[in-house]
Ligand binder design. Sequence first.
Ligand code: NAD
Ligand code: IPM
Ligand code: MN
Length: 358
Amino acid sequence: MNYKIALIRGDGIGPEVVNEAVHVLDAVGKKFGHSFTYVDVLMGGCATDAVGKSYPDGTAELCKTCDAVLLGAVGGPKWGSDKPAEQRPETALLALRKDLGLYANLRPAALRPALADACPLKKETAEKGIDLMMVRELTGGIYFGKRGRYETEDRGVECTDLMAYSEMEIERIGRRAFELARLRRKKVASVDKANVLETSRLWRSVMHRLAQEYPDVEYSDVLVDNCAMQLVRDPSQFDVVATENMFGDILSDEASMITGSIGLLPSASIGDSAPGLYEPIHGSAPDIAGQDKANPIATILSAAMMMRYSFHLADEAAAIENAVDAVLAEGWRTPDIAEPGTQAVGTKKMGELIAAKI
Ligand code: NAD
Ligand code: IPM
Ligand code: MN
């Protein structure tokens, strides 16, 4: 089969990690007899520099001509929060997610067998295993609510960010979480702040209604502050973790680190129609950009998620995941996961080693 993949290389380490994922995809194509063709899509700070806008006209339409989108990362200090919205790279990413209708963001955090020593938790905690799937709502909540900035008479400038959720938005992400749980260990932890927020009380009531429809799935409510703590106390208790946009953003960075590094955690952003968007959860890492230090595994595993969720190619997805595990088992490590007794490699070499194992 021929698959057309949009590549948004983006900024900072984005192009470096996407390059390695492309090498791995090419190896998968060769082994399994597929042809992957790539369409470069300009978006992010690099687009601001090239055409004055981080989200050039027609970006979503161009992505829609493809079967899936692979994104590195966008953003960086050069295009900081003092810049107008249309020049900020993060604005582009949010717009793309919205325009493609990608309301479900799947972020699997699993402690890979070879990386047990990279887990910063107590040995006995790590030994219980970590294998959770964060299901983050991606096109609603405070990220997309009305914003305001105005002068007050006596308190200087005041700003507002509105957090809104509809039943429809909660129900569709909730269903995804329950359906995924059925394919896993049949547990859903729904994370909210229902002791304070009205949006969370609606979230909880919709989730309770869905829980009745999925009696085979063990359901629990967890307050977000407690969840942050439980993730480092005993992450083995979690299977599917369902939550709203901003809580999911924060908790997934935490979940990545307990598996060793943010450079390991992939993601799939999906909606009700193609194309899906696949991206590591990390950012453009300006502190290590251009130094061949970035871990490309999160992006490579995002390509595996693309095989599974967009193309329904389970063997190809497993081939990528097995290749990652095989290279880690041989002791090769980028600096973020380096441990005594392991062998140091850069971004390119790591990509090359994984591609060679396909
Ligand atoms: P970041 O994720 O870029 O970096 C945080 C820390 O993790 C840094 O020390 C970095 O070196 C390290 N790190 C990240 N990815 C790594 C990798 N693959 N290998 C090794 N180490 C890695 O977060 P930040 O510094 O807060 O954000 C930098 C920029 O990226 C900001 O502009 C932010 O908005 C943007 N960002 C973009 C995305 C995206 O495009 N999806 C996601 C998150 C942040
Ligand atoms: C992520 C990022 C984005 C988010 C930013 C860059 C808009 O942090 O994908 O986790 O907050 O969703
Ligand atoms: Mn984030």
